[in-house]
Design a protein. Structure first.
Length: 357
C-alpha cells in the first residue's frame, strides 16, 4: 500500500498473486491469462443519457458513439453465453431510453447458460423512466435493477443530475421496481468529497426505510472532464466509520469471490449497505467481467487503453465460430489490474457514460 495526496492506495491483488501464463484452449469457457474465469458481461445498449450528472458529464448532451440494432446485440451476447457467460447486465448511457429494450430482455430471458440455466439478467439505470417500465421489464424476464442515486436530499440530487424534479421521479421508479419484484433492489451512490458526502448518513436511513441495499462507490477517474483527484475520493474506511457513529454496522460474509461490494447490515439486521472500493481497495484479482460498448467493441477492463472491434468483424462477415475465437483471444489479453493513482496511470479514451458502467 502507498499513500498519495492523503488517500491510501492499495496495489490490486492481481499485481502480486497472478501467474503469467496463457493456457486456456480456444472454444472453452472464457478464462484470462491469469486464470480468472469471466462469467459476467456488461452491455451498453445506448450511448445516450437523459441526465447530465456533474461528476460524469461535461454538460454537453448527445451521443458520441453509435448504437447497434437490438438483433445485433442479441447475436453478440449469444456468442458470450456460448463461452460461459452466466450474468448479463444491460447499461448505457441510459438503457431505458433504448427502443427495443423489452424485446431484448425477452430474448435474453430465453437463453440458457452452458449449465442449462436461465441467465442472471440485471440492468443499471438512473431510474427516470422506471415508474412505467418496471412491471413490463419484470414481465419480460429481467431479474433485478440497480438504480443510481447520488443524494437522498431532493435539492442536492437535482443539482447533481441537472434535471428539475428528478428526485421525485426516481424515487417513484425505485418504489415501482420494488413493487414489480425487481429485487434485491440496489441503489448505487458515487461519493465525491464536497459534493455529496454529507448524504452518507441519510443514505443509511434510506436503506432501512425503503428496504433497499445502498452501495457507495468510490469515484474513479472516468469522467468526461477533469474532476478526479485522490482527495475527492471518499474511501471505504471513512464511510464505514461515519455510518458506524450513527448506526452501528455489522460486516456480512462474502457470497462469492468475485463480489465487488463489501457488505454490512445494521446491528438490528434491518437494511444493507455495500461499499465498492475500486480505488482504495481494488479487487482486480477477482475480476470476472468483460464489457461490450454500444458500438460493439469489447473492453476487457474499465481502464483498457485498447478496444477490440467485435462488431467490425461481424460486419466483415466473420461466422460465429470465428467471432467466438476472437472473443476468446481478446479475453486472454485482459489486463492484470488498473493503475489508478500510480504515476503511469492513463485515463481511457472513453468516459464511464460511453463505456457502460
Ligand atoms: N444511466 C445509467 C445509470 O445512471 O445508472 C447507467 C450508466 S451510468 C454511467 C452507470 C453508473 O456509473 C452510475 O451509477 C454512475 O453513478 C456511475 N459512474 C459514473 N461515473 C463514475 C465514476 N467516474 N466513478 C464511479 N462511478 C461512476
Amino acid at each position: 500500500m502507498f499513500a498519495q495526496n492523503g488517500i491510501a492506495l492499495k496495489v490490486p491483488m492481481a499485481a502480486a498473486s497472478l501467474p503469467a501464463t496463457r493456457t486456456a484452449p480456444l472454444d472453452s469457457r472464457l478464462t484470462d491469462s491469469y486464470g480468472r474465469v469471466i462469467h459476467d458481461l456488461r452491455v451498453s445498449i445506448t450511448d445516450r443519457c437523459n441526465y447530465k450528472c456533474v461528476y460524469c458529464r461535461t454538460g454537453e448532451a448527445g451521443a458520441q458513439y453509435p448504437e447497434l440494432g437490438i438483433d445485433e446485440y442479441l447475436r453478440l451476447i449469444k456468442l458470450f453465453v456460448d463461452l460461459g457467460i452466466t450474468k448479463v447486465r444491460l447499461t448505457g448511457g441510459e438503457p431505458l431510453l433504448r427502443r427495443g429494450l423489452l424485446d431484448l430482455v425477452r430474448e435474453l430471458a430465453g437463453l440458457r447458460t452452458l449449465e442449462g440455466e436461465k441467465l442472471e439478467l440485471a440492468l443499471t439505470t438512473n431510474g427516470h423512466l422506471l415508474d412505467s417500465l418496471a412491471a413490463p421489464l419484470k414481465a419480460a424476464g429481467l431479474d433485478r435493477v440497480t438504480v443510481s442515486m447520488d443524494a437522498v436530499d431532493a435539492a442536492t440530487f437535482e443539482r447533481i443530475t441537472r434535471i428539475e424534479g428528478s428526485f421525485r421521479t426516481v424515487l417513484g421508479g425505485v418504489r415501482a421496481a420494488r413493487a414489480a419484484g425487481l429485487t434485491p433492489l440496489k441503489i448505487n451512490c458515487v461519493l465525491l468529497r464536497g459534493f455529496n458526502d454529507d448524504q452518507i448518513e441519510g443514505f443509511a436511513r434510506f436503506a432501512r426505510e425503503e428496504n433497499v441495499a445502498v452501495r457507495f462507490i468510490e469515484f474513479m477517474p472516468l469522467e468526461e472532464g477533469r474532476l478526479w483527484t485522490p482527495e475527492i475520493v471518499v474511501p471505504l474506511t471513512e464511510i464505514v466509520a461515519r455510518i458506524g457513529r450513527v448506526l452501528p454496522l455489522v460486516e456480512l460474509p462474502r457470497r462469492e469471490a468475485s463480489e465487488t461490494a463489501r457488505r454490512y447490515t445494521f446491528a438490528d439486521g434491518v437494511g444493507e449497505i455495500g461499499i465498492i472500493a475500486p480505488v482504495s481497495q481494488a479487487f482486480c484479482g477477482a475480476c470476472s467481467r468483460v464489457r461490450l460498448t454500444s458500438d460493439g467493441k469489447i473492453r476487457t477492463c474499465l481502464f483498457s487503453q485498447v478496444e477490440h472491434d467485435l462488431y467490425g468483424r461481424l460486419r466483415g462477415g466473420a461466422d460465429d465460430q470465428e467471432l467466438r475465437t476472437y472473443i476468446h483471444r481478446t479475453v486472454q489479453g485482459k489486463e492484470a489490474r488498473h493503475h489508478i493513482g500510480e504515476p503511469e496511470f492513463l485515463k481511457p479514451s472513453r468516459s464511464m457514460v460511453h463505456i457502460g458502467g
